[in-house]
Design a protein around this ligand. Structure first.
Ligand code: CA
Length: 296
């Protein structure tokens, strides 16, 4: 019986757990194909990507991370030069009235040259060595300060510093990048002119000749399912089942012997009564016989 209860509980827990996992979802990619996979593009005319502070853009067509096409950012001139895309109009089109946590992902490649050609850069990338690329969301001035863009205190730059991309460099290898950005509904308010939220890479290596980008996605990070299945606490009380086995199961057999003692008590009473009757009858016969012998 205990085994049976344990099995039922385990099955129930398993059902609850797998149910939770199944509900974990990722929001849709808020970027169009022309800004994301580049597969439907024949040029960058229909793309919102641009070159920030030096460098040029081109559409690569000879094999991206997936498919054929990808974005090429050529000849960066400074450590902060970057392929860039303004997230403001894109996120404003998605859920401007809600606080939303976005997941930003992409695959990128760094193409190196033999010469140091990036100004203000300090370190090179080389095969097998670790490197960290910065990632930023750049505003264009104080007007863009919000819940995540702040005055950096350096050169009048107003920006949000994201987690960046740390990796071990290997020539010709696509590097996976994932980051998060929380945007609050208030960030869209009091708009007297369009804001600027330029996603950019930063801290390019000294020998960077180009950066390739493919499969750039921005999705709503659906909150961790753990809170909503707060019914999860419910399974915990289920250990009520712990009571079931110990109490119910053990108690029933305990009561059965209780009935047995009742029966044995009854037997004792009956045997005492029979004994009393037998002794009484014996005494009665004995007294009667004594009287008879006296009378004789
Ligand atoms: Ca592609």
């Amino acid at each position: 019986m205990k085994k049976m209860i344990a099995f039922i509980m385990a099955a129930a827990m398993l059902f609850v757990c797998t149910g939770l996992t199944a509900f974990a979802e990722e929001g849709p990619n808020v970027l169009t194909d022309n800004n994301s996979t580049f597969e439907k593009s024949t040029s960058l005319d229909d793309s919102d990507w641009f070159a920030f502070s030096g460098g040029t853009l081109a559409l690569g067509t000879n094999g991206g991370h997936t498919g054929d096409n990808y974005l090429i950012f050529n000849a960066p001139s400074n450590a902060w030069s970057s392929p860039s895309i303004d997230l403001y109009p894109i996120l404003k089109n998605y859920k401007p009235d809600e606080d939303v946590e976005y997941t930003i992902t992409c695959y990128f490649q760094i193409i190196t040259s033999d010469t140091a050609n990036v100004g203000y850069a300090t370190a090179e990338v080389a095969d097998g060595e670790d490197y960290s690329l910065g990632t930023l969301v750049r505003g264009s001035g104080e007007y863009d300060d919000n819940s995540f863009i702040q005055d950096s205190g350096y050169g009048g730059n107003h920006m949000a510093t994201l987690s960046g991309a740390a990796f071990t460099y290997k020539t010709g290898e696509w590097i996976e990048y994932t980051d998060y950005l929380v945007v609050e509904a208030g960030d869209f308010e009091e708009e007297t002119k369009a804001h600027t939220w330029n996603f950019c890479f930063d801290a390019l290596p000294l020998n960077c000749a180009a950066i390739y980008i493919d499969d750039f996605t921005i999705t709503e990070a659906i909150p961790d399912p753990t809170p909503s299945p707060s019914p999860s606490p419910e399974p915990t009380p289920i250990p009520t089942a712990t009571l079931v086995p110990t109490a119910a199961v053990t108690e029933t057999p305990t009561q059965a012997p209780a009935g047995t003692t009742e029966n044995s008590n009854l037997l004792i009473i009956i045997s005492i009564a029979v004994g009393v009757i037998v002794v009484g009858a014996g005494a009665f016969i004995l007294i009667k016989n004594l009287k008879k012998t006296k009378n004789k």
